[in-house]
Design a protein around this ligand. Sequence first.
Ligand SMILES: N[C@@H](CCC(=O)N[C@@H](CS)C(=O)NCC(=O)O)C(=O)O
Length: 192
Amino acid sequence: MALRLLHFEACPFCEKVRLSLARMGLAYEGETIEPDDRRRVEEVSGQRLVPVLCDEDRIIPDSTRILRYLIARYGDKNMLPADPAEQALAWIVEDYADEVLGPLLRSILEARSSSGAHLQPAERRELERHLETQYRNLEQLFSQRNFVFGGAPGLADIALYAFLSRLVQDGQREISAGFPHLKAWYGRMETL
Ligand SMILES: N[C@@H](CCC(=O)N[C@@H](CS)C(=O)NCC(=O)O)C(=O)O
């Protein structure tokens, strides 16, 4: 087996795949790309986004496709809960992290709307309120459970953490002490 991952450090989609590979115990060779130079990514995969996974002659772009591929090819390996309904929910959380949490955090970090326009103060306040709502939901969840589906971390936790950790690292923002259970979950994820 020779898994290779085209990625770069600050990419949250790449972080999701890196953490998943580690959680699954799958060894891989990382190939770091320059975020401003996509020639290598295009040459390998025919498109410009990372992450891209290469598994022998299989070339797979897109973090969600990569995770679905890895689980189908190498087995679940602690990523999904046993219950099929909860497995579906884990993928729904993964999609929420990509499509809601990720763009929201990115807009706040870069002070830009999804269209790329500079954020006006009122828009920024609205995004901060939206983020506060996400934090409140997550706080309620983790006040009841150590991880999204109970006692052990899996795909859903990794997906949430990959994006939240960007805000903490790039934005130099701690998770507020007003969300103690979310903060405690974040601490547990940091030690994985
Ligand atoms: N849906 C893709 C999104 C990947 C993505 O947006 N990657 C960013 C880096 S975090 C990228 O390569 N952006 C380059 C660009 O937009 O040109 C996935 O899940 O992998």
